[in-house]
Design a protein around this ligand. Sequence first.
Ligand code: 3PG
Length: 217
Amino acid sequence: MSTIEQKQQQVETLMRLAPVIPVVIIDDAKAAVPMARALVAGGIPTIEVTLRTPAALDAIRAIAAEVEGAIVGCGTALTARDLKAAQDAGARFAVSPGVSPRLLDAADDCELPLLPGTATASEVMAMLERGYRFLKFFPAVPAGGHKLIGAWASPLPQIRFCPTGGISLANASDFLSLPNVLCVGGSWLTPADKLASGDWLGIELLAREAAGLRKPA
Ligand code: 3PG
């Protein structure tokens, strides 16, 4: 079993691969492979498929098996059973909207690295105590946006965040320019209408645009 520090290094690597992690809500598993190929072609390799639909685990399985260059993980991990099912399907990481003691215990007993959601300084401190330095900030815009996360840079300098929730091409740079943000997450790269109509070129173009969002040197 990997240690929490080994898992943290894996999460850091994932967070540094591209400026955006797409958050995917998928209704039809048949869309998974062409969608993931489009994201990878556009320069976005790390893909979070949320466990919010019956198709999610089949989508993860298909991407893991068939899409070269993609690193697929599960989102909306709420329970030990979610972590196990995602790992069995081939997920390489898990993301949760918040944290609970039982989920964190399950993550300790699971090989998948977890990117857990936090929205307050107290939650961040509790995660630090459990060995986590790489956290999701959720829901980023409703919870206080880039000003809140920027305010944490001084008292909590050891933490790096992936803000998610309410982020788009228009405001992503507000977050990416912060010293404690490595990447952002968002659903805007894989909109429901493009997934339903099979507009893979459109998704590739959205990915290319997102991949061009670089942190200032
Ligand atoms: C979600 O909960 O669906 C993710 O955080 C993505 O949020 P978004 O749809 O606002 O990008």
